[in-house]
Design a protein around this ligand. Structure first.
Ligand code: ATP
Ligand code: MG
Length: 268
């Protein structure tokens, strides 16, 4: 039932002229659950994120966020529902020239255009909330440092603090660790998972590394050319098996079909 899910997609489809970027994708994320989205370059991961956040309009299918269908929303209802969605990208989407805390406060506004005019007017309560969020991600000591002077891993932690302060109910993270070294990647994913658990936030996170998906996700969904070719609990799939499927997913269709069929058989 989509109603009790943090996020549910039902038959999501998005076409660009001759390309079907997302082709009937159905998947669900429960509150507090981390779902890894795997798939080779061009398989539709970012397009799925853009459809959910309504940066682009889907051609068909349903998008459910916290029991509400996003597709039907307009105006104030759409803006309110968008605030429930926290976004984290590979390219650290912070405002470079302002401090970490001002970036976190920007999440409270829900609109980048309003930031400059109102930054100074933030209530004491908002600043306390922002500082608490920075403390939660271990960045309190850097609260007043410019975002563009922070390391990649630190910027990603500020981005997480921002979605925490925004009080997001779901987090969409599009390759959040693709630009980080292995240690920073571990730190960011550990943080994402513990915040998901403690606040009951559903996390959909695209990754390119199968080992990280197995270590940090509860479920793994793999895409190929816009279609779901694997949807399994992380615990149910071995490292070799996942690596093979993931690489076969990029290979020939016949072999890939065999590999997926084999996994389905073992799970049955
Ligand atoms: N605005 C667009 N116009 C035309 N085609 C697009 C557009 N955006 C995406 N596509 C196409 O849709 C398909 C899916 O792209 P998408 O960016 O979702 O892949 P991805 O899985 O995120 O890849 P990567 O791992 O490289 O980030 C690709 O074939 C891409 O070329
Ligand atoms: Mg992408």
């Amino acid at each position: 039932m989509p109603e009790d899910r943090a996020l549910a997609l039902v038959g999501l489809t998005k076409r660009y002229r001759e390309t079907t970027a997302v082709d009937g994708v159905s998947l669900a994320v429960a509150p507090g659950e981390v779902v890894a989205l795997l798939g080779p370059s061009g398989s539709g991961k970012s397009t799925i994120f853009r459809c959910i956040s309504r940066l682009t309009a889907a051609d068909a299918g349903e998008i459910w966020v916290l029991g509400t269908r996003m597709d039907d929303l307009q105006g104030a209802a759409l803006r309110a529902q968008r605030r429930a969605i926290g976004l984290i990208f590979q390219q650290f989407n912070l405002i470079g020239r302002v401090s970490a805390i001002d970036n976190v406060l920007a999440g409270r506004l829900g609109s980048v255009g309003m930031i400059r005019a109102t930054l100074r007017a933030f209530a004491y309560a908002d600043r306390q909330l922002a500082l608490a969020a920075l403390d939660r991600v271990g960045m309190l000591d850097k609260a007043y440092q410019r975002a563009d002077s922070l390391s990649g891993g630190q910027q990603q932690r500020v981005a997480i603090a921002r979605v925490v302060a925004q009080q997001s109910r779901i987090i969409l993270a599009d390759e959040p660790v693709a630009s980080l070294d292995p240690t920073a990647a571990d730190n960011v994913l550990t943080l994402l998972r513990s915040i998901a658990r403690e606040r009951g936030i559903g996390v959909l996170c695209s990754l390119h590394q199968t080992d990280l998906a197995r270590r940090y996700a509860d479920r793994i969904v793999a895409l190929k050319r816009g279609r779901v070719v694997l949807d399994t609990t992380a615990a149910a799939i071995g490292a070799d098996e996942l690596a093979r499927i993931y690489h076969v997913v990029e290979g020939t269709p016949a072999v890939q079909t065999m590999a997926v069929a084999e996994v389905s058989r073992r799970r049955a």
